[in-house]
Write a protein that binds this ligand. Sequence first.
Ligand SMILES: NC(=O)c1ccc[n+]([C@@H]2O[C@H](COP(=O)([O-])OP(=O)(O)OC[C@H]3O[C@@H](n4cnc5c(N)ncnc54)[C@H](O)[C@@H]3O)[C@@H](O)[C@H]2O)c1
Length: 249
Amino acid sequence: MTKTALVTGAARGIGLATTRLLLEAGWRVAMIDRDAPELEAACAGLDGAQAFICDVSEPEAVEAMVAEVQAAFGSIDALVNNAGVADFGPIAETDFARWRRVMATNLDGVFLVSQACAPALQAAKGAIVNIASISGLRASTLRVAYGTSKAAVIQLTKQQAAELGEYGVRVNCVCPGPVRTKLAMAVHSQEIIDAYHDAIPLNRYGSEQEIAEVIVFLCSEKASYVTGQIIAADGGFESTGVGLPALRR
Ligand SMILES: NC(=O)c1ccc[n+]([C@@H]2O[C@H](COP(=O)([O-])OP(=O)(O)OC[C@H]3O[C@@H](n4cnc5c(N)ncnc54)[C@H](O)[C@@H]3O)[C@@H](O)[C@H]2O)c1
């Protein structure tokens, strides 16, 4: 039977690339996003995909959306919690409203959609893939809210894996390195781009497709004995403590 994946933040960037790859692999995809015009444009012409407008930080909207997806597709076999916002700023300029805006999507959203999908995922013995970030693995300036939200997603992944394993549900996390999406380009100056190149052994940004490949693998039966894992798709950034440009040959 054709399997169904629910992908949040599917209107563009990593979520859209993941949707395309899942469709190529024969999945049906429920594309979720709060940006209605962009979601509808992205979904148009994608055979096997259906768009559902929803803000993942709103509990009632999430409940209603998951019910609609189940009514449309019957099952939910994989959930990709990808919707995220990047709002970077110094601690002194991070008031509670800014902190909440980041947490509402990046952490509450992952929790809410997972909770709403859990019964369907248990019935399907399905999989969750949460999207965190290298900013959740290594601390850095300007990320007091973003980095903390992503570190929390990493721990949430482990909690979910520990508890949902006995129902046959696998839960893993992908931590992307920098990718030239709208989200990243809004906060990455040329100087930041150059500095990332220096700190990444592969010496470049990743592509949406390269992140999506890891996500789709973790959703698939090929990863049937993999759960509770945090996988960085980051060109080697996380594993290398010393990336000094002066130490390059
Ligand atoms: N691009 C990078 O460099 C990078 C690096 C590490 C991690 N990530 C993570 O990857 C994920 C995808 O990022 P991207 O770069 O593709 O971003 P993007 O901005 O291109 O796409 C994110 C999508 O999520 C949607 N979205 C945001 N908040 C939402 C909400 N509350 N409800 C529903 N939809 C919402 C947006 O409308 C957008 O379509 C995010 O979780 C991000 O934090 C990205």
